[in-house]
Design a protein around this ligand. Structure first.
Ligand SMILES: Nc1ncnc2c1ncn2[C@@H]1O[C@H](COP(=O)(O)OP(=O)(O)O)[C@@H](O)[C@H]1O
Ligand SMILES: [Mg+2]
Length: 224
């Protein structure tokens, strides 16, 4: 069995068995999660001074992620700045959830990552170019335990087809009381303007956490 890209490398205290059930189960959830390959690893984030309280709140949600999901939690992580960890935090939450539920999971998809602008583009392109893998992913969006809707406001003012593609899934999850994590570059008030109150009120109905620190992309590149 190939354990070379196991996400527990350097963290796991057990000797690597030839068949590791934990890694088999995790690999299945990761494969069906739509999390970009490069992000399927443990991320270490260092908060800027101004973001310490926000990081503490995010960390406590992460540590209690099973409860958050079981209670149909809704979290919106937002910032006017780019590159300060919104997407990374949302993926940390998904990975933590997978880590809590892998034992005995079998072949079940438990969480999905959706980059909203790419998702909407794909919804359009599959009309003329069918894609079974995408349809499979889309078919799980209303039912899996946790969905991350990343960059939810990057599409600008939405209407028509774009609106329906997105609203249908978010509303369906709301009606079923299913957990969601959103990230975006707009305040809850601005979301009202951009997405309209029906979508905005569903996105901001739970915990809203703002990150205020600047872009950490270059810091990250020069420290690894
Ligand atoms: N606080 C931080 N500490 C370390 N690296 C960070 C931090 N915030 C962001 N990064 C890194 O910067 C890059 C962009 O982060 P990302 O989460 O995609 O930003 P955002 O979604 O807020 O635009 C990633 O490689 C991420 O790991
Ligand atoms: Mg992002």
């Amino acid at each position: 069995m190939d354990n070379s890209n196991c996400i527990y490398q350097g963290l796991c205290r057990h000797e690597c068995p030839s068949t590791c059930i934990q890694w088999v189960e995790m690999k299945y959830m990761l494969k069906h999660s739509n999390i970009p390959k490069a992000k399927q690893c443990v991320h270490r984030l260092k908060p800027k001074e101004c973001d310490i309280p926000a990081f503490e709140r995010l960390s406590s949600i992460q540590m209690d992620i099973e409860n958050f999901v079981d209670n149909g939690g809704v979290l919106y992580i937002y910032s006017k700045q780019c590159g300060n960890g919104k997407t990374t935090w949302s993926i940390k939450m998904l990975l933590q959830y997978f880590n809590e539920v892998w034992d005995g999971n079998g072949l079940h998809t438990r969480g999905i990552f959706v980059n909203v602008p790419s998702f909407i583009m794909k919804c359009k392109s599959v009309i003329s170019t069918p894609d079974d893998e995408f349809e499979e992913l889309r078919s799980h969006l209303d039912t899996v335990d946790l969905v991350v809707f990343d960059d939810v406001s990057a599409i600008g003012k939405v209407s028509g087809f774009d609106y329906t593609s997105l609203y249908g899934h978010i509303d369906s999850r709301c009606l079923q009381g299913k957990a969601m994590i959103f990230t975006g570059n707009h305040t809850p008030e601005q979301l009202n303007e951009i997405l309209g109150d029906r979508l905005a009120s569903r996105i901001c109905q739970g915990i809203n956490i703002e990150l205020k620190g600047g872009d950490m992309r270059s810091w990250c590149k020069s420290n690894y």
